[in-house]
Design a protein around this ligand. Structure first.
Ligand code: DGL
Length: 281
């Protein structure tokens, strides 16, 4: 088997959010080895500037490339909007798959033509999202109501998926969207699928109408298969894929997140020396 086919796939996020994408990839491609990087020492990315997010994303990409990955999944909407162009131009030969809020699938299924988009501040302020939103609105007549969920990533990083504080935040963010008539909510951050049960519960308290929730994790996994196939990089060996994880933050926190959220128990190592920490607040 050529070397690149047996190489692992790199996946990164600002923290544990990308585990919601890794879960789809691991189920979809069970023979692939996966290297996950949680940049938890710098989470959340959503409150940082585009330059800071881009610098961290490039540093993490370089680390994963040094670790031998054959492809990269940017399992973070915020890093995709801020840095995917820079990653692609720095590493033109590396297959790179990003994740973006599912505005298109949401628009095609909304009956009320009002879609709520839950994401980080940085994602919602990005030029990339603005362009996407304008194009889809013009083509579909859908109105997007954007809601930055400040503080939510911190709650999820702490493992507070159902605490009173998390529920309070979620209610504050979802309630105006439902009041404005949204019948579809886009989870525009990879952390949010982990609070999807809470979101659905709160929506149920706010309206008797059905509200669809859109998550693009499975679509990213399908896109990854397509790109690996086109590049003849799919692993053909029948052995079970191994997962290995790295974090710039706490080893035990990432170990616990893997166990609690995915029931996986990969080896986790702490890596503190990548990038230029002096440039990041
Ligand atoms: N999980 C991330 C995303 O998809 C980012 C969260 C953050 O660090 O603010 O946007």
């Amino acid at each position: 088997m050529p070397m690149a086919q047996v190489a692992p796939i790199g996946i990164f996020d600002s923290g544990i959010g990308g585990l919601s994408v890794l879960q789809h990839i691991h189920q979809h491609l069970p023979h692939e080895d996966l290297l996950y990087f949680a940049d938890s020492a710098y989470a959340p990315y959503g409150d940082k500037s585009e330059a800071e997010i881009s610098a961290r994303s490039l540093a993490v990409t370089e680390f994963l490339l040094q670790s031998g990955v054959k492809a990269l999944v940017v399992a973070c909407n915020t890093a995709t909007t801020a840095a995917i162009k820079a990653i692609r131009s720095a590493y033109p030969d590396l297959p790179v798959i990003g994740i973006e809020p599912g505005l298109k699938p949401a628009a095609s299924q909304s009956q009320s033509k009002i879609v709520g988009v839950l994401a980080t501040k940085a994602t919602l302020l990005s030029a990339r999202l603005l362009t996407l939103q304008q194009q889809i609105s013009a083509a579909s007549g859908v109105r997007f109501e954007l809601q930055a969920c400040v503080g939510l990533v911190d709650q999820i990083e702490k493992g507070e998926l159902r605490s009173a504080q998390t529920a309070l935040l979620m209610r504050r963010y979802i309630s105006p969207l439902i009041k404005q008539g949204a019948d579809t909510l886009v989870l525009g951050c990879t952390h949010y699928p982990f609070v999807r049960p809470l979101i659905e519960e709160i929506v149920g308290e706010l309206t008797a109408q059905p509200v669809a929730v859109i998550d693009t994790g499975a679509a990213v996994s399908r896109q990854l298969v397509k790109i690996l196939t086109e590049n003849k990089l799919l692993r053909t060996s029948p052995r079970a894929g191994q997962v290995n994880a790295f974090t710039s933050g706490s080893q035990s926190a990432l170990t616990t997140a893997f166990a609690n959220l995915l029931q996986l128990h990969p080896p986790v190592s702490t890596v503190r020396t990548i990038g230029q920490p002096a440039g990041i607040s």
